[in-house]
Design a protein around this ligand. Structure first.
Ligand code: ZN
Length: 230
């Protein structure tokens, strides 16, 4: 293979390697938890926390209602037990029982409200959990696909790098240095000659240059310095 062709192929390998590396970086960025998944999980947590708050209030109100019920019971026993005789004291107890019953009723009304609220919240939790389950399923499938793509890319990169080494080994050290310098400074080190023009800078080449390029030896465009490949 002519030297210029070798370098042209080497550049093709290098460009393919760069593309694969960029694709791999992009893919690695997509691995891990997605924003949608994080949000769906947070959605469940928020609903669960609200529900737990309502349930906690419910529990504490139930306890209060029980305490009130037992106080009503004991006060009523005093009221009707016959031990207390003083009408003033009896009237006091009666007032007390009435007040306790009022408080108990307040708690019970609130308990009913909370039960209704809790029913709605349970439905919301269920919906959010279902949404999370769907998101997780899609996410898992997507991640599996990404992982497979990653393996493919890594394998492809390995063979591209092997090919690159082969090509680089077939080029002289001096030519390789020139190629590397041009790649760094100009991006494209080797350019095709098309219709007598250097495709790097679009300059029309002389007949002598074209003839030299035809031999396949390394030659540079006199204007942009890139290696010409015919
Ligand atoms: Zn040029």
């Amino acid at each position: 293979m002519a030297q210029s062709k070798h370098l042209y192929e080497l550049q093709k390998s290098d460009l393919d390697i760069e593309m694969s590396q960029a694709a791999l970086r992009q893919l690695v960025g997509k691995l891990g938890e997605s924003q949608t998944l994080v949000e769906a999980r947070a959605g469940v947590e928020v609903e669960e926390a609200s529900l737990e708050k309502v349930r906690a209030e419910h529990r504490s109100l139930e306890e209060e209602a029980e305490v009130l019920a037992s106080r009503i019971k004991s006060e009523s026993e005093r009221l009707y037990g016959g031990k207390v005789k003083s009408p003033k004291e009896l009237s006091g107890i009666e007032q007390e029982v009435k007040a306790l019953k009022g408080k108990k009723r307040e708690r019970e009304d609130r308990l009913l409200e909370l039960m209704e609220q809790s029913d709605h919240m349970q439905m919301a939790v269920k919906e959010k959990r279902e949404r999370l389950r769907q998101v997780e399923e899609e996410w898992r499938e997507e991640q599996q696909q990404f992982a497979a793509e990653k393996t493919d890319l890594e394998e492809g990169l390995e063979s591209l790098e092997e090919r690159r080494q082969e090509l680089a080994g077939a080029v002289g050290a001096e030519e390789l240095r020139l190629y590397d310098t041009l790649r760094r400074s100009k991006g494209q080190a080797v350019v095709r000659i098309e219709l007598g023009r250097c495709q790097g800078c679009r300059l029309t080449l002389s007949v002598a240059e074209l003839q030299q390029a035809r031999t396949g030896k390394i030659m540079q465009c006199h204007s942009c310095g890139r290696i010409l490949y015919l």
